[in-house]
Design a protein around this ligand. Structure first.
Ligand code: AR6
Length: 180
């Protein structure tokens, strides 16, 4: 499995093709959740299947969440200590979707900082069932993260996990263009 890496001001960014539920060397994975924090499909389905029923049980007390919000739980049977659940905007429905998507990345990183998390893996939030065009979503992910990272002390590794080759390609191109 090839992994593209780039270190900027002490923080390593990685792009990888794979399953968000199989990132065993990462402390916290991010879920592209639904408002009820239930199993669902896509990323949420993969995470809940791997985590086991204990995750839905813990989530019951935290739901519902609104677009842009993030909450944190344990990893249960996942190889990760934490799951950070973000509700992305539904493209064309939840307004303003660019702000709401940026809030997801921002709130996830703030929780990571609060919990002293050193490594975090993101899927491409909202780009599946929620229909956000992937190029625009990638731009929001990178610009939000790059702006916030200098204010963080704990997070040293940020991994983007893409499910399909075309999305990996878009992320890799965006990451190679990052200069500080
Ligand atoms: N690992 C990494 N990425 C994945 C995986 C996986 N296992 N599976 C799909 N993707 P989505 P959303 C990619 O639909 O758009 C759910 O049913 C996928 O190719 O998971 O935020 C929830 O219950 C796409 O690029 O999340 C919600 O109702 C990206 O992950 C709703 O869908 C996001 O796709 C959330 O929709």
């Amino acid at each position: 499995m090839s992994i593209m890496k780039k270190t900027i001001s002490g923080v390593t960014y990685e792009c990888i093709k794979g399953d968000i539920a199989s990132q065993s060397d990462i402390t916290a994975i991010v879920n592209a959740a639904n408002a009820q924090l239930r199993m669902g499909g896509g990323v949420a389905g993969a995470i809940h299947r791997a985590a086991g029923p204990g995750l839905e049980e813990e989530c019951r007390f935290l739901a519902p969440i609104k677009p842009g919000e993030a909450v944190i739980t344990g990893g249960h049977n996942l190889p990760n200590r934490y799951v950070i659940h973000c509700l992305g905007p539904i493209f064309g429905v939840d307004k303003l979707e660019d702000k709401l998507l940026a809030n997801c990345y921002c709130n996830a990183l703030k929780l990571a900082e609060q919990y002293k998390i050193d490594s975090i893996a993101f899927p491409a939030i909202s780009t599946g069932a929620f229909g956000y065009p992937v190029v625009e979503a990638t731009e929001i992910a990178f610009s939000t993260i790059i702006e916030l990272v200098p204010k963080l002390r704990s997070v040293k590794r940020i991994r983007f996990v893409l499910y399909i080759e075309r999305d990996l390609d878009i992320y890799e191109k965006r990451l190679s263009g990052v200069i500080i």
